[in-house]
Write a new protein. Structure first.
Length: 252
């Protein structure tokens, strides 16, 4: 790190648990963020400000006026712009030293696996089960830790699925792909603006801890937030030996 970087990240470096070594790990990390919306906005902003050296952000949508109530990466002037292009402007404005790859696409199949295989950490900030399951399967296959978040109305959840550890459950252990879950979207249900900020920021915190190998990650735990009561609930998650995603992977 040069003198400017040492100054920029000095408040991290002052922390005994981080120091120069931890900050160097951050600057060498490669984060993949799926979704540049409510969760992806705070997650990306904090990863960029913390100095994650390479951030790839994937989203096929454009900025809409209805997004601005909670998606803090974007501005009124950018309505109609690709979300990833808007995100890149915001992130580079905060930290011009890092590399931002903005991909306006829906990453699927081989393309998704390619992106996951190149990442050191993946943040799932999308809004649908199909994408969550695809991202989880790719992370299991390539042994890349996944930080998964979700938010609707006043309720949020977050967990870490770290397939580098044989005992760690994956997203499919919690929500089996063959089970039908009701898909509820913000466009029909609504979402409390600060809720996505809380969950997305927590995703960034978990990602940075995983990058630096510090603290206790949320692996094997699901945190649920009731923002109306401002109450957190922690639920233990066990690995499912019969899981069709990670069970077969580790048995193979």
């Amino acid at each position: 790190m040069n003198d400017q970087q040492l100054l920029r990240y000095s408040r991290h470096i002052l922390l005994d648990q981080i120091g120069i070594e931890g900050q160097q790990q951050i600057t060498e990390a490669r984060a993949l963020i799926i979704g540049a919306g409510g969760l992806g906005s705070p997650a990306a902003l904090y990863l960029a400000s913390a100095g994650v050296g390479s951030i790839t952000i994937v989203d096929n949508d454009s900025v809409d006026l209805t997004n601005l109530q909670r998606q803090i990466l974007h501005t009124t002037e950018r309505v109609g712009m690709a979300k990833v292009a808007s995100a890149k402007l915001s992130l580079q404005g905060i930290n011009p030293d890092i590399h931002i790859m903005a991909l306006q696409e829906r990453a699927e199949h081989e393309r998704l696996e390619e992106l996951v295989s190149q990442a050191s950490i993946v943040l799932d900030c999308c809004d649908n089960f199909a994408t969550r399951h695809a991202v989880n399967a790719a992370c299991v296959k390539h042994a890349v830790p996944l930080v998964s978040g979700a938010a609707i109305a006043f309720d949020g959840q977050i967990s870490v699925f770290d397939s580098r550890k044989p005992e760690s459950p994956c997203y499919a252990c919690l929500f089996p792909p063959d089970q039908v879950f009701e898909e509820v979207l913000c466009s029909s249900m609504g979402v409390f603006a600060p809720l996505v900020g809380i969950i997305g920021s927590t995703q960034a915190a978990e990602a940075l801890k995983l990058i630096m190998h510090i603290g206790k990650p949320l692996s094997g735990r699901l945190l649920l937030l009731d923002a109306l009561q401002m109450e957190w609930t922690s639920i233990g998650i066990s690995k499912n030996p019969a899981c069709t995603v990670c069970g077969q992977h580790h048995a193979a």
